[in-house]
Design a protein around this ligand. Sequence first.
Ligand code: AHM
Ligand code: MG
Length: 321
Amino acid sequence: MPEIKTLSEFIVERQADFPGSTGDLSSLLTAFRLAAKIVSREANKAGLMADILGAAGNENVQGEQQQKLDVYANNLFIRMMRTQGAVCAVASEENDDIVHFDNGGRYVVTMDPLDGSSNIDVNVSIGTIFSIYQRISTGPKATLEDFLQPGSAQVAAGYIVYGSSTMLVYSTGHGVNGFTLDPSIGTFCLSHPGMQTPVDGTIFSVNEGNLYDFSPGVQHYIDSCKKQKMSARYIGSLVADFHRNLLKGGIYLYPGTQNAPKGKLRLLYEANPLAYLVEQAGGMATDGTTRILELKPTELHQRCPLFIGSRSMVEAAMKGG
Ligand code: AHM
Ligand code: MG
């Protein structure tokens, strides 16, 4: 029988990668692990909640007020982090402003608690994305400066994909490892050790409905993908599209357009964490000209164009095909 390694065993084992560490980061990852299991359970019954127990905003049969799943996930992750103590403040897609915990924690976290949320109601994969930074300000409370660090300063990043199975994939800067939730025992088990993305691939993922709004260079690149008979795959859940391409080799593009030069995706909790992971896996991420991890954020909810995936495909996209 093959050896089974659980996520908690792995986290403990890898703490040795950080000599002198306090274990705060490890216990933070443990908090994410628990939140992921709970969101996974809730995501699995999302259809039931909407169709049988009543739509979000209504009361369920127990007389409890229902929450939309993205609000639920946001509250849950925040609650877990608040209780755990290593994080002093969080920036989330769901909150306009920084959420402070006033606990002296050494880290700040950015997250998209439920990405691809338009896919919840239709039983399509969704995900959580997170990014962890060391706090750099010294006052009583975390400040915007703590969150506007370049992505290269991340100490860890990861995502959870709630798909045909639930997976947690993360990196602390020592490679990327993936864990699959075994629902029969409620445990994440190491299923994808040392993930590396192929240098080249045959999948391109883009919302082609926007094609004529893209720059001539991007249009030319997409055309060249078709001429090479690559496969078009686009779920509309960034985490799921990214995860597939990471494993199989491919590129995900969300370019800017004339009307939205910075595209749609958010730098702090979508582009940066995935850029960190893809680089750890040997891939590449740019905004078209600059490495994502070198962009200096200026706002919490800043958008940026994103070209991410297999190195040679991202390089070709930057050259316009
Ligand atoms: P969200 O954070 O509001 O869910 O939006 C992000 C999502 C990504 O998951 C996905 O790749 C993209 O938006 C899809 O956008 P579009 O429908 O414009 O193709
Ligand atoms: Mg999102």
